[in-house]
Design a protein. Structure first.
Ligand code: SF4
Length: 232
């Protein structure tokens, strides 16, 4: 397993240093919110509910972004995924292909997930916004307000064991805060009434521009793996 992990880390661009002495296992940070995670009822959402939601997104004209999109980007992945990955908004590649996290940033995200033993096909991936903002600008508050009910429904349907927020926009919306991402990452937070465990990390597009931050992001991914390993 460690050889596979080392290979994926090398693929991501994180140097692997071998310890001369056995490593001491790092303690897992305590959750920020102390209350126990609420039990998640085992409800299997019907295909009809998903189809209806996808159709509502496809036809949505609730904000001005519908005028400039090529197509909506609903989300992709296992509908019973243990991990739900949440990004910001479609970029040019996503707008063209109709799928979140494609292109170079998507490839890096895939490699990061594989490094913790989760192929892309095992997680669910969606964005805060379903339509591309022109020139990849940040989502505006009114656009997020219009669009995030779709994401909330996706999270409710998937009932993931954990959420991974990639990037500032996603993290700040999920946590309803303007705290900088550097102070949100690196620990376990919670989202929503069900206190779903949430880990924040940097957006892969940022990691492509700032490769030194990859090692920091890797510690966030390890936190996610610890969380999932401990959650039945
Ligand atoms: S961004 Fe969301 S709210 Fe705006 S038009 Fe697209 S689907 Fe509708």
């Amino acid at each position: 397993m460690s050889e596979v992990r080392d290979r994926y880390l090398a693929e991501i661009g994180i140097p692997v240093f071998k310890l001369r002495a056995p490593a001491v296992e790092a303690p897992v940070p305590a959750p920020l919110v102390a209350e126990p995670v609420a039990a998640i009822t085992d409800v299997v959402a019907s295909n009809d509910v998903w189809s209806e939601l996808a159709e509502r997104v496809r036809a949505c004209t609730s904000c001005a972004l519908h005028k400039t999109r090529t197509q909506t980007v609903f989300g992709v992945g296992r509908r019973d995924a243990r991990l739900f990955v949440i990004g910001e908004a479609p970029g040019a590649d996503e707008d063209r292909q109709g799928e979140p996290f494609v292109g170079r940033a998507g490839q890096l995200l895939n490699a990061m997930l594989r490094a913790i033993g989760l192929p892309r096909s095992e997680v669910y991936i969606a964005n805060i916004l379903k339509c591309r903002p022109p020139n990849n600008r940040d989502p505006q508050p009114e656009e997020s307000s219009c669009c995030t009910p779709f994401l909330s429904q996706q999270i409710a349907l998937v009932q993931p064991r954990a959420l991974l927020a990639v990037g500032r926009i996603s993290a700040q919306w999920l946590l309803q805060t303007d705290t900088p991402i550097g102070r949100l990452r690196g620990r376990v937070l919670t989202y929503g009434e069900r206190n779903i465990p949430l880990v924040v990390t940097y957006h892969p597009a940022y990691l492509l521009r700032s490769p030194l931050a990859k090692a920091t992001a890797w510690t966030d991914l390890c936190l996610v793996k610890d969380l999932l390993d401990k959650t039945p």
